[in-house]
Design a protein around this ligand. Structure first.
Ligand code: ACO
Length: 324
């Protein structure tokens, strides 16, 4: 049996509190520094909602967009590295919140940091191809504010909370799906986080552990190579040329990273869909949020060919081509 994945619906949810660059009054930083170095103007930070709550809102929106009966969902995968708790998985909590307790569902989380959603898409594509899955809900959801050191200006200004979701079915007719993924586990020190704790960012105390630690410049260099490699690999595997790709949706980390890739690979910048200026880096949620928003705005349409390409802690990187 060889079935193809169809992205039937997309949805996203942002956290309640919008934090503008000028709101970081307790940091030695400026709107000018953040905007010019990253392209980010604002991000959304959760106040009361946990990862599963954001995932739920994104999932409900994707189910609505797909026009499916939610009881047809047989697989839920949540890509996250900021789950509500270590166990049960956000996917199982989400199943309950969706009122699907009596439905037979394979539910699990997947942690590949910012690359997680592309990995979830590749996993579900493989399940669909073998007939194991017919209708899947895949979600990228993060409450990164829990693992931020809100006194570390080099990291906390970059990230935001949010969730994005796809309904994937076996009704795809496309033949251009190609996937690539890689990992460099030895580069763990470059980007890592431990522990999970909700924080009130207005009254945050300096944390000594459990926060995201990052060597910014090393990640920057890795990211440019990883995105370029991801694009090259999936293009080669798909047998397509870049001209046949309508849009590239990269992990939304830094506009300068995307600009570097565009210039290095001689790809027009308009081919890259970005919304990081409003959402910051939402890790595993960034690609589905960017795609769901672009679809809602009429930019992404049926029949278009796209590349999703992510990179993140691990270090990991991955890309997929798909026809909408
Ligand atoms: N405001 C003002 N100054 C700052 C800030 C800030 N928010 N942050 C750092 N600086 C200072 C530094 O302390 C440094 O000061 P110094 O020269 O006195 O030492 C100066 O600015 C320059 O710092 P750099 O680190 O060289 O700045 P750079 O231009 O590299 O930008 C940044 C830093 C934005 C972090 C960049 O390196 C970057 O985007 N890297 C990639 C990060 C990324 O994508 N992370 C996500 C990975 S995905 C995942 O899995 C989570």
């Amino acid at each position: 049996m060889n079935e193809y994945v169809k992205i039937k619906g997309m949805g996203y949810a942002t956290a309640q509190r919008r934090v503008n660059n000028t709101d970081f009054t307790w940091l030695d930083t400026s709107d000018e520094w953040i905007t010019s170095r990253t392209g980010i103007n604002s991000r959304y930070v959760t106040e009361t909602e946990n990862t599963s709550d954001l995932a739920l809102r994104a999932a409900v929106s994707a189910i609505e967009d797909a026009g499916i009966d939610k009881r047809d969902i047989d697989t839920i995968i949540v890509a996250t590295f900021t789950p509500d708790m270590l166990t049960p998985s956000v996917a199982s909590i989400l199943q309950a919140k969706l009122g699907l307790n009596d439905c037979p569902i394979m539910a699990f989380d997947l942690n590949s940091a910012c690359t997680g959603f592309v990995m979830a898409f590749q996993t579900v594509s493989a399940f669909i191809q073998t007939g194991r899955t017919k209708t899947a809900l895949i979600v990228g959801a993060e409450t990164l504010s829990k693992v931020m050191d809100w006194h570390d200006r080099g990291t906390c200004v970059l990230f935001g909370d949010g969730a994005g979701a796809f309904i994937c079915t076996n009704q795809g007719t496309q033949h251009v799906a190609s996937h690539f993924a890689n990992s460099r586990g030895d580069l763990e020190d470059v980007l890592s986080a431990e522990g999970l704790k909700l924080q009130d960012i207005s009254d945050a105390q300096p944390l000594t552990s459990g926060t995201l630690k990052m060597q910014g410049q090393a990640v920057f260099r890795f990211a440019v190579d990883a995105i370029s490699d991801g694009i090259r690999q999936v293009i080669e595997k798909s047998g397509l040329t870049l001209d046949q790709i309508d849009y590239i949706i990269p992990h939304q980390a830094n506009l300068r990273i995307i600009a570097h890739v565009a210039s290095k690979m001689k790809i027009p910048q308009e081919k890259f869909i970005t919304n990081l200026e409003r959402f910051g880096n939402t890790s595993a949620a960034s690609i589905p949020i960017a795609m769901a928003e672009a679809k809602a705005n009429g930019i992404l349409k049926e029949g278009q060919r796209i590349i999703m390409v992510g990179f993140g802690a691990g270090l990991t990187w991955a890309g997929s081509t798909v026809e909408l």
